[in-house]
Ligand binder design. Structure first.
Ligand code: SF4
Ligand code: SF4
Length: 248
């Protein structure tokens, strides 16, 4: 990873130019100690002895500055990237880690750094779109960091800023097609999902040979099933749209 290679130099320069920025806990001996603690975490893959969950308040972090992405994540989700001490258990257990360009633990490290390049790299990462929200990482994390919530926020922020990874286009098309189907029918209708996904992406022939067999076995229904509570589902979408408008 380019950023990882540049990590040492950029962090050192940042600490020299912006004392107090880019470090982990302000309670340590200052930028120099922060730098070495980060170096140690990166080189060993495991932090210095941390036997217990470390409570880290908002105010205890010099780098959780009000304009940074980590601060935005915290405001929106309640999750603090600074709670992470880079043990790597989340990345080791993530079933999609092999498909990711930046492992989950390193996404948090990029947020911790608070540098514009690092934040941009987190928002450009393919990983935030590959994440399945399976919660494996959150269950394994000794610091109880809810990484899927962080990933979800980063996806939305990446969309807002127009910094999506190019390969995320199809994933976004799938998300939108699925939500459109639920909005229209009150529940998922697979055929409309597939049709709108193909129209959005242009992958008209992808998996097309699987369709006849699925239709014969009754796995696909040409018409959507009607459900009770369709209006309530539609209302959820309206309320969500209203909420987005309020926050715009
Ligand atoms: S929630 Fe996302 S990041 Fe966490 S383990 Fe699952 S796929 Fe990986
Ligand atoms: S498991 Fe938790 S503490 Fe360990 S690297 Fe992942 S987020 Fe950080």
């Amino acid at each position: 990873m380019d950023f990882a290679r540049r990590f040492g130099t950029e962090l050192a320069v940042s600490l020299l130019m912006h004392p107090g920025r880019g470090c982990i806990p302000a309670a340590t001996g200052g930028p120099r100690d922060c730098f070495w603690s980060l170096r140690q975490g990166r080189e060993t893959g495991y932090p210095p002895e941390t036997p217990e969950r470390i409570p880290m308040s908002h105010s205890s972090h010099a780098c959780d500055h009000a304009s940074g992405l980590a601060h935005q994540v915290r405001e929106a989700t309640g999750e603090s990237a600074f709670r992470c001490y880079q043990c790597g258990k989340c990345s080791a257990g993530c079933p999609l880690a092999a498909e990711m360009d930046v492992p989950p633990s390193q996404i948090l490290r990029l947020l911790q750094l608070g540098l514009p390049d690092a934040e941009q790299e987190a928002l450009l990462a393919y990983s935030i779109w590959v994440c399945l929200t399976c919660e494996t990482c959150a269950a394994r994390c000794p610091q109880e960091v809810d990484i899927p919530r962080v990933m979800e926020y980063l996806r939305q922020e990446s969309l807002r800023r127009g910094t999506m990874h190019p390969r995320a286009k199809d994933i976004l098309a799938f998300h939108r097609s699925l939500l459109d189907s639920v909005r229209r029918s009150g529940r998922l209708h697979e055929v409309s999902l597939i049709a709108t996904y193909k129209l959005r992406t242009g992958h008209l022939l992808q998996d097309v040979m699987a369709a006849p067999g699925m239709l014969v076995r009754g796995k696909l229904s040409l018409l959507p099933h009607s459900i009770d509570g369709k209006q309530e589902v539609a209302r959820i979408f309206e309320r969500t749209a209203e909420g987005k408008a309020d926050h715009a």
